[in-house]
Design a protein around this ligand. Structure first.
Ligand code: SF4
Ligand code: SF4
Length: 97
């Protein structure tokens, strides 16, 4: 078993002050072959198998915790059919009046 040093078990002291990027996950449902790799390997368990059937006759993932996504892009890397990608959500510009 690996012993994780105490100093990296905790979030950084300024964690609350830092602005964390928010993710926007894009899934091309009909391109998915339902292998489930993205669901299995997402470290934050952002995805789950959905109930719906796509054009290829399989169940694509569904996005259940987009707010938990850490933009690691692991889902994109493991997807054999280029059916999922993640971008940083752009903040809406505030109206200038
Ligand atoms: S980018 Fe990382 S955390 Fe976000 S859905 Fe993909 S694998 Fe999960
Ligand atoms: S890794 Fe790609 S093909 Fe496999 S379930 Fe996820 S989106 Fe579909």
């Amino acid at each position: 078993m690996i012993n994780i040093p105490e100093r990296i078990k905790h979030a950084a002291l300024d964690n609350k002050d830092v602005k964390h990027p928010r993710a926007e996950i894009h899934l091309i449902k009909d391109q998915c072959k339902g292998c489930g790799y993205c669901i299995e390997y997402c470290p934050k368990k952002v995805l789950e198998e959905s109930e719906e059937i796509n054009a290829r006759g399989v169940r694509p993932p569904k996005i259940v915790h987009e707010d938990q996504c850490i933009l690691c892009h692991f889902c994109t890397v493991v997807c054999p059919d280029f059916a999922i990608f993640v971008v940083e959500k752009q903040e809406e510009e505030k109206c200038k009046t």
